[in-house]
Design a protein around this ligand. Structure first.
Ligand code: 4NP
Length: 156
């Protein structure tokens, strides 16, 4: 096989802004590079369960070339077994993931900033929910760099 297969789960708090955008960006990069990745996203709270991504995230992602097609869901116990790599967006996400995750799977949990290539001045993808449209645009910029890094690391 050309590339090893990986199952990747992106996680943020609400699963309506950052992680569905990460899912969209990673799916595009994965398709373009013909990588054998299975990609999904989930949230740490169930407040937005079943909802489409935030309309500001949908429009920003669409403008940047990433159609989003996801319904919010809360992370479940079996996700920690099923996925190979579980990627949180900030320190709070990582703390909550570590609390939920059985110890034997904790090595699957990674912070998105581990994968930045060009980005040097962030160690998170900041929550844009209470921000403005520039904050949503910045989410896509940060995710493009991180997802390129993920593609590079996992296809070595
Ligand atoms: P996300 O942003 O974690 O990037 O999806 C948020 C969306 C909603 C809420 C928090 C963060 N909320 O508390 O409703």
């Amino acid at each position: 096989m050309k590339n090893k297969s990986y199952k990747i789960l992106f996680v943020c708090l609400g699963n309506i802004c950052r992680s569905p955008a990460a899912e969209g960006v990673m799916k595009k990069i994965s398709a373009d590079k013909e990588l054998n990745f299975e990609i999904d996203s989930a949230g740490l709270i169930s407040y937005h369960q079943g909802e489409h991504p935030d309309s500001r995230m949908i429009s920003t992602a669409k403008r940047r070339g990433y159609p989003l097609n996801h319904h919010a869901r809360k992370i479940e116990a079996q996700d920690f077994e099923y996925y190979d790599v579980i990627i949180g967006m900030d320190g709070d996400n990582i703390r909550r993931l570590n609390q939920l995750c059985p110890e034997k799977y904790r090595n699957k949990i990674h912070k998105i900033s581990e994968y930045f290539i060009e980005v040097k001045d962030y160690d998170t993808v900041p929550d844009p929910y209470y921000g403005d449209m520039d904050d949503f645009d910045n989410v896509i910029t940060l995710l493009e760099d991180a997802c390129e890094g993920i593609a590079q690391k996992l296809s070595m």
